[in-house]
Design a protein around this ligand. Structure first.
Ligand code: AP5
Ligand code: ZN
Length: 217
């Protein structure tokens, strides 16, 4: 199965994708994570993406589609994938349809995480991530049991993202509304759209999503 998580920065795509990965054995493919890895590795794609990401704008469709195509082919198709942060433009959505058609797959559900923009600034400015295993945390909403120590791997190397500051969040929200929000109508038109209230608590949303996934797979 193929599931898409749509939603603005801070909506909880990464948080929920990791939970669904653990619960259903699906593979999370986050183009944001793949691009950050490309930046860290200093590859051509990473060099081209770095400044764009720091400005809170969207990386070119060509770069993102190439990165995603490689990983989609690698991913264990039998278990299925959760796409987190892809597609983000109509061009990407059409490219995904074509890629899936080649391998005889289809989108089982495109879930829109519905949130208020104002709350996203607080979510993003309080976010940090374990450098060891990638588990996400929040200063206020999701703290590890022991301060500074990852619940999952015991690591203590907590990191904050270069684009998680108030100015960049503003640009990311603008990019979302201009370029990504039209995909809600795109998937509604195909009959695969589901909406989830993502202003609720993390665990409540996880329950709502689990029901959708159970029905979709
Ligand atoms: P990307 O990495 O995808 O970032 P994003 O879309 O801005 O999303 P975030 O990772 O910020 O948020 P999230 O929804 O995953 O929230 P999270 O679960 O962490 O993209 C980064 C950049 O890469 C883009 O700006 C662009 O430049 C480029 N890029 C990536 N994909 C691209 C593409 N396809 N095309 C072009 N460019 C692309 O949660 C946030 C925080 O809130 C966490 O601390 C969490 O603990 C907390 N939290 C989560 N849920 C709740 C809740 N329900 N209540 C309270 N707190 C919560
Ligand atoms: Zn960890």
């Amino acid at each position: 199965p193929v599931l898409i998580l749509l939603g603005p920065p801070g909506a909880g795509k990464g948080t929920q994708a990791r939970m669904l990965e653990d619960k259903f054995g699906l593979v999370q493919l986050s183009t944001g994570d793949l691009l950050r890895a490309a930046v860290a590795a200093g590859s051509d794609a990473g060099l081209a993406a770095k400044a764009v990401m720091e400005a809170g704008e969207l990386v070119s469709d060509e770069i993102v589609i190439n990165i995603l195509r490689d990983r989609l082919a690698d991913a264990d198709a039998a278990r299925g994938v959760i796409l987190d942060g892809f597609p983000r433009t109509t061009v990407q959505a059409e490219a995904l349809d074509a890629l899936l058609a080649e391998s005889g797959q289809k989108i089982n559900a495109a879930v829109s995480l519905e949130v208020d923009d104002a709350a996203m600034v607080t979510r993003i400015s309080g976010r940090y991530t374990c450098g060891g295993c990638g588990e996400g945390y929040h200063d206020e909403f999701k703290q590890p049991a022991k301060d500074g120590v990852c619940d999952k791997c015991g690591g203590t190397d907590m990191k904050r993202r270069a684009d998680d500051n108030a100015e960049t969040v503003g640009s990311r929200l603008v990019a979302y509304h201009a370029q990504t929000a039209p995909l809600i109508a795109y998937y509604a038109g195909k009959g695969s759209l589901q909406k989830v209230d993502a202003m609720k608590a993390i665990d409540t949303i996880a329950g709502d999503l689990s029901e959708i996934v159970q029905e979709a797979i």
